[in-house]
Structure formats: structure tokens, C-alpha cells
Design a protein around this ligand. Structure first.
Ligand code: HEM
Length: 566
């Protein structure tokens, strides 16, 4: 999808001939505008952008192409990427050629891609001025109306409060033990494969492990994914989860019909699109499990106040939400919340761990340093504590650096809820109409040559000291990075003045960021303590990259894993 945001569209249509009589054009424009306004009127300023209103994005493109009406005329355009190069090189070239703000086609729509930290800061930190627009609409049949997709502010606010209260400090601390238990379970299977000298797909390993951790900690269900053969899970529920993930990341890019058929009745879908029917069946299987765990949590319900709940250690996030809110949240709402957490908290963590082990295996110095840290902090203990996670700073920087290079997701989408004027990095302003589709390009921001020294290099130590704008591309107004501003487990958007937004920033910042960092650090430490890792092929071109909801490999991350001695 990300790739298509640059590539789809082909050559731009030519604008209207200048010889066309201006009067006729004005008249037809008036008819055209009136038709749109009566059929699909723009909503009032500040209101959520409805799915129907999103169709007005097509109008913007037609206005530009046929009526030469284009408020974005001053911005550079991208029609496609240079061929025959790797993804990151292509993004780099585009940056150098066109700068950090470009207009790019996405099928029949027009997008504005941004990779300047100042503009991104303005977009992410302005409360209530931007919604998630297009991407929220596209994801609604998967996530329902929960945090990621709730365009209605009141609903989003209520789900955000309920969920983020659940991620309280006491619970987060107690999670380290759960993460360790899941990792021990996964390592048992890994040990068998290591014994027989098999090549292991570490991407699948991490996906399975991250599914088990989310199941255990968020809603108390043991998927036993780590016990399944990688890439061909036998349990129907694990298969269903992966089928839904695939829908999110692959099928929709490959076949737009899947998306168009989402509202169609089952009988029609069964006939017209077996893959959509299969996807719907998978969603139903997941909901059946969620129904079961919600029932169990309701039976256990002990209504109590938030202060008491915050002192509680252990238990699942679901139990917390149910004990806090009683029957305020409907069963349907709880299902949407859980499906959102299941998907948002699973693939992202697995992707970060995958790229972290890839980079460590490529960098013997970083690997040795990481292993030394584990040895120093954990000694002969084989499961980390929360204090260990805090003490293993280098491992946390390894994860941060992997997330900088391979952000998950690689793009954030936003749409202004009313017309906004944004200052441009090189001076001047750009005015965006309500509903415009903004794409914040994390892959470019995180490799910005004016921010990061040797931007494409894996170099976790860069986060140990402060840095300011450098090199041939100075970034006006960027405050620089100061480690003194890091208060939690990783450098946030605020600490980096929006140069690193691996967990987003502003009001929609990731609700599971601490959860993810604790999990990532505990899992990585346990693996480094027990095994050595060697890449079968380190070349990214050979591994193959798929840009989707996360950056994942085309064929898995194949590694030779052996038991560490000593
Ligand atoms: C390394 C792992 C993770 C990464 C890189 C990550 C990244 C992100 C990012 C960038 C956003 C902001 C999206 C936007 O602004 O449009 C986000 C939001 C979110 N994340 Fe994460 N995430 C991770 C782990 C998790 C985990 C473990 C959970 C839950 C268990 C989670 C749940 C969510 C939810 C619910 C949102 C939506 C928040 C809202 O809109 O209020 N994430 N995540």
C-alpha cells in the first residue's frame, strides 16, 4: 500500500487545454461543484469525516486535472519511483530530488506526503484538528469502531480512557513475568529445531511469540501459536488470526475488490469472492474466541474503582476494563477493542524484534555489546525482571534503532477536519482543504539526512548523546534530540522533537508503547542469552521487503541459530 502511494497512478493526466474558453469552463465547474455539494456535501468543520465524504477526495483530483484548480500547485509532485533500486534508496532519491513535502497519487486519489519534522509535529500535536480519515475507514471492518478507527471523537475518547487506564504502571511491571513464560514456551520449540540444525524463520518465530503474549496478557487466552509449525499453523484460530493479518497487509493491496465487497451480504460474497468469504469466516472465528473470554471475564467481574484497580498486579487488560466499566461498554464494543489490541499489539512487536535481530546479526560489535549487557544485568538468571528491563538500556536502544530504520507502521495517515494552513519547511505556507489525505512518511523522516548522521546505518549508540541538525540538509526550527528529555523506556516524539515517531506522537500516540518495549527487551535478552544468530542471507534485496501495515519480509527472515556456550 505504501509503495502504491507513490507508484500507482501512472503518468499524470494532462491539464485542460489553455485554449478552452474560460467561460464554458467556469460554467461547467459550477455545475460540477453544485452536483457534488448536493449529492455528497462536505461535513461541517471539525466534524468527523464520514466514509461517503471521503469520496470527495476524488473530486479534488478531478478539480486539479480538468479544471486546473489546485491549491497545491506549488508543491513538487511524484508520479512514480525510479526503477531498479531498493525501496529505501528510492525513498532517499525521492527526498533529494523533491524535498520533504510532495504530492503523490494513490489510485484515483491525491495524497500529500510529509517527512519534515516541523510539519509532522504540527500535524500530530494539534489536538482535535486532524482525524485518521481514509485509513480509519479502510480498517473499520477489521477493527470495528475502536481506538484505531474511531472517527467519532467522543467514542475515541471513551475507549482511549478505558484502555490507557488499563496499561497502568503496576500491571506493566508485572507483565515481564508473562513475557518470560511465553518466551520459555517458544524457546522449547526453537531448541528442537536448533538440535536438528534446521534453518529458522525468525520472523514467523516472533509473530507466533507476540501472538501468544498478547493472548495471555490482554485477554487471557493461550493461542499456543509458538507450538505450531512456522508458516503453516495447524490450529484453526491461529490460522484465522493470520488470515485477518494478511487481509490487512496484503490482500487489500492486491485486490481492491476485497475492499469494495466489504459491505456486501455473505451470500453474494460466497459466490463472488471466495477470499473475502474466507476472511469473513476468520473474523467470525476470532470473535467466537473473544466472546468466550469476554463471558469468562464478566463472570469474574468485581466492580471496583480505578484507584484500587491500579494497585492490582497481574490479571488481564480485559478484566481491568470490565471491572472498571461494568456494563458501560457493550459486548460489541469490547470485541472491537480486543480485536484492535490483538492486531495492533502483535505484528508491530514482531516486526521490531525481527529487524532488531537482523541488524544485530549483521553487526558483530553491536551483537557483542548487547550480549555483554545481558550477561552483566541478568547474570545466571534466565528470566528478566522489570528492573532488568530498565537496566538493559542498550537492548532498548537496539529496539529503538530497529524501529527507526524499519518503522511499524511505515506511514501514518491524517486528514484535516477543516481547512488548515501549514507552514512549509522552506518558508511560505500550504493550505489543505478538509478531508485532504496526508501521509506522514516515517521511513523518510527516520532516515532524514539533516537529522541523522549516517542515516541508513544501524547505530544504537546514536541515542546515547544529543544531536542537532547536521550535514547538507539543515532542518529549520528543529530543536534537536536531547537524551535528558527521555523519561520512559525509549526516546519519544517529544524527546526527539518529532524526529522519531516510531510509536506516533500527540493524542493518538501508541497506547501500548511501554508494553511493547518491555516485551521486546525481555524477549531479546532471553534469546541473546541462550543463542547465537547467523543470517542465511543479509542482503535486503534477497530477503525481499513488503511495505504494508508493517515492513515485513517476502520470504521470512532465515537464520541459523545455535546454542550459545558459556
Ligand atoms: C513495537 C511495537 C509497536 C509499535 C511500533 C506501535 C506503533 C504505533 C503507532 C505509530 C501508533 C500511532 C498510529 C497513528 O498515529 O495513527 C500506534 C497506535 C496504537 N497502538 Fe501501537 N505500536 C506497537 C505496539 C502496540 C501494542 C503492544 C499495543 C497494544 C497491546 C498497541 C496498541 C495501539 C493502539 C490501540 C493504538 C491506537 C491509539 C489511538 O489511536 O488512540 N500498540 N501504535
Amino acid at each position: 500500500w505504501l509503495r502504491s502511494s507513490f507508484v500507482i497512478g501512472g503518468p499524470r493526466c494532462t491539464r485542460d487545454s489553455p485554449t478552452r474558453p474560460a467561460v464554458a469552463r467556469e460554467a461547467s465547474k459550477e455545475v460540477w461543484d453544485t452536483a457534488w455539494d448536493s449529492l455528497l456535501p462536505a461535513g461541517p468543520d471539525g466534524s468527523p469525516i464520514s466514509n461517503q465524504e471521503l469520496l470527495r477526495l476524488v473530486k479534488d483530483k478531478v478539480d486539479e486535472t480538468y479544471f486546473d484548480e489546485d491549491g497545491l500547485r506549488e508543491l513538487p509532485r511524484v508520479d512514480g519511483l525510479p526503477r531498479g533500486k531498493g525501496f529505501f534508496e528510492q525513498m532517499n532519491d525521492t527526498f533529494w530530488l523533491k524535498g520533504p513535502v510532495v504530492v503523490a497519487p494513490l489510485g484515483p486519489l491525491r495524497t500529500i506526503s510529509v517527512s519534515d519534522p516541523g510539519m509532522i509535529k504540527q500535524i500530530l500535536s494539534e489536538r482535535e484538528l486532524y482525524g485518521k480519515g481514509f485509513l480509519a475507514a479502510v480498517g473499520q471492518d477489521i477493527f470495528g469502531k475502536a481506538l484505531i478507527t474511531a472517527s467519532d471523537r467522543e467514542l475515541w475518547q471513551s475507549r482511549r480512557s478505558a484502555t490507557s487506564a488499563g496499561f497502568h504502571a503496576q500491571w506493566l511491571r508485572s507483565l515481564t513475568e508473562d513475557f518470560a513464560l511465553c518466551t520459555v514456551q517458544a524457546m522449547r520449540v526453537l531448541d528442537d529445531r536448533v538440535k536438528y540444525g534446521e534453518v529458522v524463520d525468525m520472523e514467523s518465530f516472533f509473530l507466533n511469540l507476540a501472538l501468544d503474549t498478547v493472548g495471555r496478557t490482554i485477554f487471557g487466552y493461550d493461542f499456543r501459536a509458538s507450538e505450531q509449525p512456522p508458516n503453516s499453523p495447524q490450529s484453526p484460530i491461529v490460522r484465522a488470526v493470520y488470515r485477518v493479518l494478511k487481509e490487512r497487509t496484503e490482500y487489500r493491496q492486491a485486490n481492491l475488490a476485497n475492499l469494495l465487497l466489504m459491505g456486501a451480504p455473505d451470500a453474494l460474497v460466497d459466490l463472488a469472492a471466495p477470499s473475502v468469504a474466507e476472511y469473513r469466516q476468520s473474523l467470525r472465528s476470532i470473535d467466537a474466541v473473544l466472546d468466550k473470554v469476554i463471558n469468562a471475564a464478566l463472570q469474574e467481574q468485581r466492580l471496583t474503582d480505578e484507584a484500587e484497580l491500579r494497585r492490582r498486579s497481574g490479571g488481564t487488560l480485559l478484566q481491568f476494563i470490565i471491572d472498571l466499566s461494568g456494563k458501560q461498554a457493550s459486548r460489541e464494543q469490547l470485541q472491537d477493542d480486543l480485536r484492535t489490541l490483538l492486531i495492533a499489539g502483535h505484528e508491530t512487536v514482531a516486526s521490531t524484534l525481527t529487524w532488531a535481530i537482523y541488524e544485530l546479526a549483521k553487526s558483530p560489535k553491536a551483537m557483542a555489546k548487547a550480549k555483554q549487557e545481558v550477561q552483566k544485568v541478568m547474570g545466571s538468571r534466565d528470566s528478566p525482571t522489570y528492573q532488568d528491563v530498565k537496566d538493559m538500556k542498550y537492548i532498548r536502544l537496539v529496539l529503538t534503532e530497529a524501529l527507526r530504520l524499519f518503522p511499524a507502521p511505515p506511514v501514518l495517515a491524517r486528514s484535516p477536519l477543516k481547512s488548515v494552513t501549514l507552514p512549509m519547511p522552506a518558508g511560505g505556507n500550504v493550505t489543505l482543504s478538509r478531508g485532504s489525505l496526508l501521509l506522514l512518511q516515517l521511513t523518510q523522516l527516520h532516515r532524514h539526512p539533516g537529522i541523522y548522521e549516517r542515516p541508513d546505518e544501524f547505530w544504537p549508540e546514536r541515542w546515547e548523546q544529543g544531536f542537532n541538525s547536521t550535514g547538507a540538509y539543515p532542518v529549520q526550527g528543529w530543536r534537536g534530540y536531547d537524551p535528558a528529555r527521555v523519561t520512559g523506556l525509549y526516546p519519544t516524539a517529544v524527546a526527539t522533537d518529532y524526529a522519531f515517531i516510531g510509536f506516533g506522537g500527540g493524542e493518538f500516540q501508541c497506547v501500548g508503547d511501554q508494553f511493547a518495549m518491555i516485551e521486546g527487551t525481555a524477549v531479546m535478552a532471553m534469546l541473546l542469552q541462550r543463542y547465537n544468530f547467523k543470517l542465511v542471507d543479509s542482503d535486503l534485496e534477497a530477503i525481499g521487503l513488503d511495505m504494508a501495515a508493517t515492513i515485513h519480509t517476502k520470504r521470512g527472515l532465515m537464520m541459523r541459530v545455535s546454542r550459545a556456550t558459556g
